[in-house]
Design a protein around this ligand. Structure first.
Ligand SMILES: [Zn+2]
Ligand SMILES: [Zn+2]
Length: 354
């Protein structure tokens, strides 16, 4: 019998559990097998279990993990067994039309770069398989611990994307709506990209505190004041150059359009999981003529980007680990998952150790 490993799976909509599966034995010519060391639970995992991508049958969950290379296929030269590697949540093929067009997150089809815990088993397992490993395995520098490196797999990549897509002029003003882990990394990304004024919108005290830690100059509590009015006040009545939506809700999207000055950019990093339409406030959109840009995107992957994100940690530009509010051994992953789902106990990210 094949060697067995423990995995954490979606048994069906609304149902999760620990189950044994065979250890993946053959990486295939272009793939790799990685022995997991640490992983992070993502709010997306809880969306998946609620049915966001439809029914799944014992699909291994998880898309944020790092580990040690166990084996690689004959075509893989960038890493060898024993190397510590980070693999992004998004693992494009880098050969299809959409990848070649420069949109690898949309590999083959819309959102098709997302393969872990979607179209193949994810990373909440003692071992996981990586497709197109030459393009997707990033070696972790010796000085970067796994507990930090794991943040490059989604939170740093997605949050920084929010800031990159926002086209922030150096010294410009940015508002970031919501300070969950993606919003916090958008705040940090805006600061790294040279924003002159970073305004975070958030009501939870622990998240407000982290927003300041990661570079917000101002934090607006939307339960106490109207964030759009306050943003206008802080920018001399103009509105911000760039607004980043990091929640995925009509109300914050609308506020982004309202708070952005003409010619500004609204960058969407949130997941819009409800309703058939997202509405745009017509007048704040300049009746269609405001030169405002709305830019969307899905977590960018690939080893080249991962190398740059890891370099930021290596050289002390950022330490993402204050977002780890809880740590659980893999045996307790059902408990960690419940915590992430309920958002109780001030949770931001639960780290899982293997
Ligand atoms: Zn994630
Ligand atoms: Zn592709």
């Amino acid at each position: 019998m094949a060697k067995q490993m423990k995995t954490f799976v979606m048994k069906g909509i609304g149902e999760v559990g620990v189950m044994e599966k065979p250890v993946p034995a053959d990486p295939g010519a272009s793939g790799a097998i990685v022995k997991t060391t640490v992983a992070l639970i993502c709010t997306s995992d809880t969306h998946t279990v609620k049915g966001a991508i439809g029914e799944r049958d014992n699909l291994t969950l998880g898309h944020e993990a790092v580990g040690i290379v166990e084996s690689v296929g004959s075509e893989v030269t960038v890493a060898k067994p024993g190397d510590r590697v980070a693999v992004n949540a998004i693992t494009p093929c880098y050969t299809c039309e959409n990848c070649l067009r420069g949109y690898p997150s949309q590999c083959r089809q819309m959102l098709g770069g997302w393969k872990f815990a979607n179209i193949k088993d994810g990373v909440f397992a003692e071992y996981f398989h990586v497709n197109n490993a030459e393009a997707n395995l990033a070696r972790i520098p010796d000085s970067v611990p796994d507990e930090s490196a794991v943040y490059t797999t989604d939170m740093m990549s997605t949050g920084f994307m929010g800031a990159e897509h926002a086209h922030i002029p150096i010294g410009g003003s940015v508002a970031v709506f919501a300070q969950g882990p993606v919003g916090l990394m958008a705040t940090a990304g805006a600061r790294l990209l040279g924003a002159g004024l970073v305004i975070a919108v958030e009501s939870v005290p622990k998240r407000q505190e982290l927003a300041r830690h990661f570079g917000a100059d101002e934090v607006i509590d939307f339960t106490k004041e109207d964030p759009v009015e306050r943003i206008r006040e802080l920018t001399g009545g103009d509105g911000v150059d760039s607004a980043i939506e990091a929640l995925g809700a009509q109300i914050t999207f609308e506020a982004c359009v309202k708070a952005t000055r003409p010619g500004g950019t609204i960058s969407v990093a949130g997941y819009f999981g409800e309703g058939d339409y997202v509405n745009i406030p017509r007048e704040d959109w300049g009746v269609g003529m405001s030169d405002k840009v709305i830019r969307t995107g899905l977590c960018p992957g690939g080893r080249e980007r991962m190398g740059r994100l890891l370099r930021l940690i290596e050289n002390g530009r950022i330490d993402p680990t204050p977002m780890t509010t809880h740590t659980f051994p893999f045996e307790k992953i059902p408990e960690a998952f419940r915590l992430m789902d309920s958002k109780e106990d001030g949770v931001i990210k639960p780290l899982i150790t293997f």
